[in-house]
Structure formats: structure tokens, C-alpha cells
Ligand binder design. Structure first.
Ligand SMILES: NC(=O)c1ccc[n+]([C@@H]2O[C@H](COP(=O)([O-])OP(=O)(O)OC[C@H]3O[C@@H](n4cnc5c(N)ncnc54)[C@H](O)[C@@H]3O)[C@@H](O)[C@H]2O)c1
Length: 338
């Protein structure tokens, strides 16, 4: 592959994926519209790390604008698409539901329509562990029924998987969806708990811990996600397979796969806060609160399908990954740490 279009390139995961492909000499067209969901200065700073590198071009556009997306596909002629642009976040979907249908449903349709008009070798797109919703059987497997979302965010991500399935069936678009499990790391997202906790611990402010710390998350270091996407892009699903042996395959007759991507190690949030306290060298002030609407108790990824497909084997421990995050955080926010 030489020409890769990455949506959400000003985002946390998008920046890191773009960097990976640029370092190998690919041509990357990055797309983002800098939504104001969190600090735009951070998104701009991420894009500055990519700008000026050979092969990178940035395109400021809203993916819900189908004509703009189509024009970009026509001009750039991507061979692969890594679609990461979305309205993310579970809790915000209770406040601003339309942001989710606009970016995640309308926006994803633009990407699918563009892939239909300008065929690509592989469309890799972000789904989410939140599709498992109220499921309690762990670890979560791609073969489990996912019909009980507990937030609109989750419902839009599940909708993306179904939309991809139908377009892949109708127009033979090779597509792979990745259900991300709580991705963290340098250049991360300020709306996520690990980032908020870090900020509060440095500032001596109180952190809110839901369900009295009894929530567990399968934290995934960003580089593991980047490596998996990098490996997957070059391995589009075959048009038809015999039986249902191909890992991640939804249906043997449709070139569409869905994979979990997690660390296969759930960690209680209380333990996670203790690691942050050690790394920052300061105790957190904690306020224990009940469970929040829209949240799930535990996430735990079965990653066997991704292991079989691309040899996925996460190696970064939570301590190592958080140490790298804290090092980045000190560097980026240095003058404001107090
Ligand atoms: N980080 C995680 O833990 C996690 C977990 C599950 C799923 N995901 C999914 O992974 C993907 C990447 O997540 P992230 O953590 O990098 O989030 P992010 O918010 O940092 O990045 C998403 C980017 O998309 C852009 N965007 C939003 N709507 C857009 C639109 N209509 N047009 C163009 N750009 C738009 C935003 O400005 C942002 O820069 C998302 O699809 C997200 O839902 C992430």
C-alpha cells in the first residue's frame, strides 16, 4: 500500500497511526474537522507532529459532508482507509446525542459511499468495546450477541458494524472493524479517566471514582493498537472463504471481519489509580461515587481472533504504558504542573 487515508488524524489514535505509516514512507492523507469535544489546541499540536513529514497532507473537513469526502477520495485515490474519526465518549452521548448520529452514522455512511464509488483494497474502521453493553459473560468474544447497548455511543458503533456488513456484502468492500478496549498513552484524550485522574493528582484536586472503585477496564496501550492496525491494513479479508474458519469473519460469503483489540487483562480502577499515584509521586484525593448511567462494570477482551489473524500479542504492561503517558504529560503540560 502506498496511499492511506486516515480519518480522525488529529485525534489520539489517528495521529499515532498516521505517524506509523509516514515513518515507513507511505503517503498519508489525514482528515479531521477539529471538533470542540475536547481541547482543540491538543488536536492542533498532534497535527503539527505530522506536518512537514514527507508524504503527509492534511484535509480539514467534516466527514458528514459526503461531497467533500468523495472529492478527497477522487483526488487522493486511497488504496486503504483507516477510519477513526468519530464522536467518542460514552457519557457525552447522554448530553449531546445528535453529535453521535451526525459524526458516527452520517459520517460513516460518507466513508462507505466513498469506498463504494472509489474502491479501496481495505477499509479498517474503529468500533468499540462498548458494543458489549450489558453483557456479563467474560472475556467478551466477537461471537457473543451484542444487542444490549447501554449508551447511544455504543449503539452508533454497533450501527457502524452493521453498515459495514451490508456495504461489504453489496459492494464487496473488504472491511475490518476493531473493537477498541480503553486505549491510553502519550497524546491521549483529556476526556478519559486516566487523563483526568493524572491532571487532578498533579493539581491536588479530588478525583471521582465510580462504583466505589469496583469498575474494571482492559487498558490497551496505544502502540499495540497502532501495530495491529498497521498489520491489518495489508491483510484485507478474502472475498469468500470456505466455512467460517477465517478469524474475525462475520460471514464466510462477505469480506468483513470484526476483531476485539484489548490487553486481555482487566484491571480494577482502584489499582490503576495506585499506579498513577506511584508514578506521579503523590496521593490522589478520592471521592467514591455510585455507578454512572451508560457505564459498564467490566471490560475484558478475548483477543484470540486478532492473534490468529495478525499475531497480535500485547507486550506493554500497564506500569510501562502509564509511565510513558506520564512522561509525555509532564513534557506537554510542563509549565502548568505547578
Ligand atoms: N480511545 C479509546 O479508548 C477508544 C475506545 C473505543 C473506541 N474508540 C474509537 O476509536 C476512534 C479513535 O478514537 P480516539 O481516542 O483517537 O478519539 P479522538 O476523539 O481523539 O479522535 C477522533 C477524531 O475525530 C475527529 N472527528 C470527530 N467528528 C468528526 C467529523 N464529523 N469529521 C471529521 N473529523 C471528526 C475529532 O476532531 C477527533 O480529532 C474513534 O472512532 C473512537 O470512537 C476509541
Amino acid at each position: 500500500m502506498t496511499r492511506i487515508l486516515i480519518t480522525g488524524a488529529a485525534g489520539f489514535v489517528g495521529r499515532a497511526v498516521a505517524q506509523r505509516f509516514l515513518a515507513e514512507g507511505h503517503e498519508v492523507a489525514g482528515v479531521d474537522c477539529f471538533t470542540s469535544y475536547y481541547d482543540i489546541a491538543l488536536k492542533e499540536a498532534r497535527v503539527r507532529t505530522l506536518e512537514g513529514q514527507a508524504g503527509f497532507s492534511f484535509h480539514r473537513l467534516d466527514i458528514a459532508d459526503g461531497a467533500a469526502v468523495s472529492a478527497l477520495f477522487q483526488a487522493f485515490r486511497p488504496e486503504a482507509v483507516v477510519h477513526l474519526a468519530a464522536q467518542a465518549g460514552v457519557r457525552y452521548s447522554l448530553e449531546n446525542p445528535r453529535a453521535y448520529t451526525q459524526a458516527n452514522v452520517e459520517g460513516f455512511l460518507s466513508i462507505l459511499e466513498a469506498c463504494r464509488a472509489h474502491p479501496v483494497r481495505h477499509l479498517v474502521y474503529a468500533s468499540s468495546s462498548s458494543v458489549y453493553g450489558a453483557n456479563t459473560k467474560v472475556p467478551f468474544s466477537e461471537k457473543d450477541a451484542v444487542e444490549r447497548p447501554v449508551s447511544l455511543y455504543a449503539a452508533t458503533k454497533r450501527a457502524n458494524e452493521l453498515m459495514a456488513q451490508s456495504y461489504s456484502h453489496l459492494f464487496r468492500i473488504p472491511a475490518s472493524g476493531l473493537r477498541f478496549f480503553t486505549v491510553y498513552g502519550p497524546w491521549g484524550r483529556p476526556d478519559m479517566a486516566y487523563y483526568k485522574f493524572t491532571k487532578a493528582i498533579f493539581a491536588g484536586e479530588t478525583i471521582d471514582i465510580y462504583n466505589h472503585g469496583q469498575v474494571e477496564r482492559d487498558f490497551t496501550y496505544v502502540d499495540e493498537v497502532v501495530e495491529a492496525i498497521h498489520a491489518l491494513v495489508g491483510r484485507p479479508p478474502a472475498d469468500v472463504v470456505e466455512g467460517d474458519e477465517a478469524p474475525g469473519r462475520v460471514d464466510p460469503s462477505v469480506p468483513h471481519c470484526i476483531f476485539n483489540i484489548g490487553n486481555h487483562t482487566p484491571v480494577p480502577v482502584g489499582e490503576f489509580v495506585a499506579i498513577l499515584e506511584r508514578l506521579i509521586g503523590k496521593e490522589a484525593k478520592k471521592r467514591l461515587l455510585p455507578m454512572q448511567p451508560g457505564d459498564v462494570l467490566k471490560t475484558y477482551a478475548d483477543v484470540d481472533a486478532l492473534r490468529r489473524a495478525v499475531g497480535f500479542a500485547p507486550r506493554t504492561t500497564l506500569e510501562e504504558g502509564l509511565a510513558r503517558f506520564i512522561a509525555w504529560y509532564r513534557d506537554y503540560h510542563g509549565n502548568k504542573l505547578g
